[in-house]
Write a protein that binds this ligand. Structure first.
Ligand code: SAM
Length: 241
């Protein structure tokens, strides 16, 4: 019996995750590349029940299933160009981790940090996220090492983690860094780890040198320039309100 027509499925997100990443640009391409990126899953009223998380602290890592909500409306195509292939070779969408996929579902393994239940609001803190601020979380499951970790698995075109770049803070932004660091204790680590991943778009990377870039983390605008294989942070200022 074939079932060619499937009825749609509707999902109710558990809540949303708050992260430092305010825009797609510069978000690491997979989780745990940037372990200084903390996220907080804030549960919606329907799922605001601490019993749902009982025992979760026994697990060091968790799977987050989520919706790529910012690209969902753009739909999907059968073939995509993964950045790891330089952004110009095509691959079947289901043979990639592209955001432009049917059903727009993403999955990330993140580190468990803590559960919080403050003023009646339940939240789950995690580390190492690769998700945009406000991403709807569809499900959370413990990572089970003996089942989920397959040491001999083949990694295809993404067999190795991408090479990293050196990151330096220019002396001109030392004061800004110190100031914002007191508000966001993870800031310098976060900037370093994000820029080490070389956020430049694949087609542009390694061509233009001495180009200037900007990204937004929390409410801050961070600017840097690229010279050779290194990134130099030049300014850290708050967004205009
Ligand atoms: N680990 C997940 C997976 O494999 O399903 C995500 C991988 S995907 C290549 C990671 C990229 O998704 C990030 O670099 C960011 O550009 C993008 N992204 C993260 N959150 C998103 C969201 N809510 N909507 C659209 N794009 C998002």
């Amino acid at each position: 019996v074939t079932m060619l027509k499937q009825p749609p499925i509707s999902l109710q997100p558990l809540g949303v995750i708050r992260t430092p990443y305010q825009q797609k640009f510069a978000i690491p391409r997979q989780p745990n590349l940037v372990d200084a990126a903390y996220g907080e899953v804030v549960f919606s009223d329907t799922f605001n029940d601490p019993n749902m998380l009982r025992g979760i602290e026994q697990f060091s890592h968790l799977w987050l299933l989520f919706q790529f909500h910012k690209t969902a409306e753009q739909g999907w195509s059968p073939m995509v160009r993964p950045p790891r292939l330089g952004g110009n070779k095509k691959q079947g969408v289901l043979a990639t981790r592209s955001t432009f996929r049917p059903n727009s579902i993403g999955m990330s393994v993140v580190q468990y940090h803590k559960v919080e239940h403050k003023n009646g609001q339940l939240s789950l803190h995690v580390k190492g996220v690769d998700l945009l601020d406000g991403t709807p979380i569809i499900d959370i499951k413990p990572y089970v090492p003996w089942a989920d970790n397959i040491p001999q698995a083949m990694g295809g075109f993404a067999a190795q983690p991408p090479p990293t770049m050196a990151v330096y803070f220019e002396s001109q932004c030392a004061e800004q860094l110190a100031y914002w660091q007191s508000r966001y204790p993870m800031l310098s680590k976060l900037i370093e780890q994000v820029l080490a991943q070389d956020p430049r778009p694949a087609y542009k990377a390694k061509q233009e040198s001495d180009a200037q870039y900007g990204m937004s983390l929390y409410d801050l605008n961070i600017r840097w320039r690229v010279s050779g294989q290194a990134n130099y942070v030049t300014s850290i200022v708050q967004h205009a309100p």
